[in-house]
Design a binder for this molecule. Structure first.
Ligand SMILES: *Cc1c(COP(=O)(O)O)cnc(C)c1O
Length: 365
């Protein structure tokens, strides 16, 4: 029998992509994925466990996610019909790219504009759908470069613009006036402001959503202690939500995630607040301690991680930390100004101390 010739069928862009594979293995301290530290109280854990005792296992989940969306709407002070819930923000990003994919008049294919460095899923998901991706470098302070963005918007005529703020991996909150100038230059595009880390930031960007019809806000439970549930959502005008909803799989959110997410949002707000405040305090402490180490430079962060430059190549520091059981994220593979950059998630006090001591060891006196 002849072999199936995949190259005849495959989108060439997919052939170029690599699967997103988190580093596997047992590490004593895992500070590589921007998860929240395990600080949920015993009472909260019990409440979550008890909520699973009477699940109707034989039934499909609630396709409209009524309770979950109501809890989200109440927490954000918005209407449920302004919300689309996905299996993590990752799914919401794919829905946006699937639906808003009509090429603009002068473009052969739909286009996405984003910044660099930033969250990789905008690019990966867009390329997997055959879209063009234009990445505009952030400036020296890892903030938006307005002129470059304006030029990219004018030339590329993007369907979608993704701005993570606070940004991953840099931790920077983008200047609000710069974001606003991008929004005003992009009246023909949807500007998605990704607020995955907003709980660790000094402010949110909801005012931009209220003021500009071409803005949507992306959020997630993944960074505040519930990455296991895979719940992300978009806040957008009801007209757009209704269109995106047509491309959503009817039972995308399983019953357990719906139930437990509803409890997290409705009853565990104080717990989430306590955890995020703890992380913000620790972020301050770790940043000061890092500033004492030779050759280390820490950027200001409004997220649950720190973005640092180390003297030796990041690949070496990453490797030496890993050999001491401490896993962080290195961006050396991207080269250039990222060659000496590491991103480290803020963990528990003990985890952070283990990281600091290992890094002190690696960098020497
Ligand atoms: C981690 C992260 C997300 C979260 O993705 P989920 O699919 O919700 O887990 C979204 N945006 C950015 C910028 C992130 O860093």
């Amino acid at each position: 029998m002849p072999e199936l010739d995949l190259s005849e069928l495959l989108r060439p862009e997919v052939r170029e992509l690599r699967s997103y594979v988190p580093v596997a293995g047992d590490y004593r301290v895992r500070l590589d994925a921007n998860e929240a530290p395990p600080l949920l109280s015993a009472a909260a854990r019990r409440a979550l466990a008890e909520a699973t005792t009477d699940v109707a296992w034989e039934r499909y989940p609630d396709a409209t996610m009524t309770a979950l969306r109501a809890a989200l709407a109440a927490r954000m002070g918005v209407d449920p019909n302004e919300l689309l819930v996905g299996v993590g923000s990752d799914e919401v990003i794919t829905l946006l790219l699937t639906v808003l994919a009509h090429p603009k008049a002068r473009a052969p294919t739909a286009t996405v504009v984003s910044t660099t460095p930033t969250f990789v899923m905008y690019r990966m998901s867009a390329l997997a759908r055959g879209m063009r991706v234009v990445e505009v470098p952030l400036d020296d302070a890892w903030d938006i470069s307005v002129e470059s963005m304006q030029k990219a918007i004018e030339l590329a005529q993007p369907n979608l613009i993704f701005i993570a703020s606070p940004n991953n991996p840099t931790g920077t909150m983008m200047s609000i006036d710069r974001v606003e100038r991008v929004i005003e230059a992009a009246t023909g595009s949807l500007v998605v402001i990704d607020e995955a880390y907003v709980d660790y930031a000094s402010r949110d960007q909801l005012a931009l959503y209220r003021a500009h019809p071409n803005v949507a806000i992306l959020r997630t439970l993944s960074k505040v202690g519930f990455a296991a549930l895979r719940i992300g959502w978009l806040l957008a005008r009801p007209e757009l939500i209704a269109e995106l909803d047509k491309a959503r799989q009817p039972y995308n959110m399983n019953t357990l995630s719906q139930r437990l997410g509803t409890i997290a949002l409705r009853d565990l707000g104080d717990e989430i607040g306590r955890i995020t405040r703890t992380v913000v305090d620790e972020r301050k402490r770790v940043a000061s301690a890092l500033a004492e180490l030779p050759t280390v430079k820490v950027d200001p962060s409004e997220a649950n991680f720190l973005w640092l430059a180390v003297g030796p190549p990041a690949s070496e520091v990453f490797r030496d930390l890993a050999s001491r059981g401490v896993l962080v994220r290195s961006f050396h593979a991207r080269g250039g100004r990222l060659a000496h950059r590491l991103r480290v998630t803020i963990g528990t006090r003990d985890e952070n101390d283990a990281f600091l001591s290992a890094l002190g060891d690696v960098l020497g006196p």
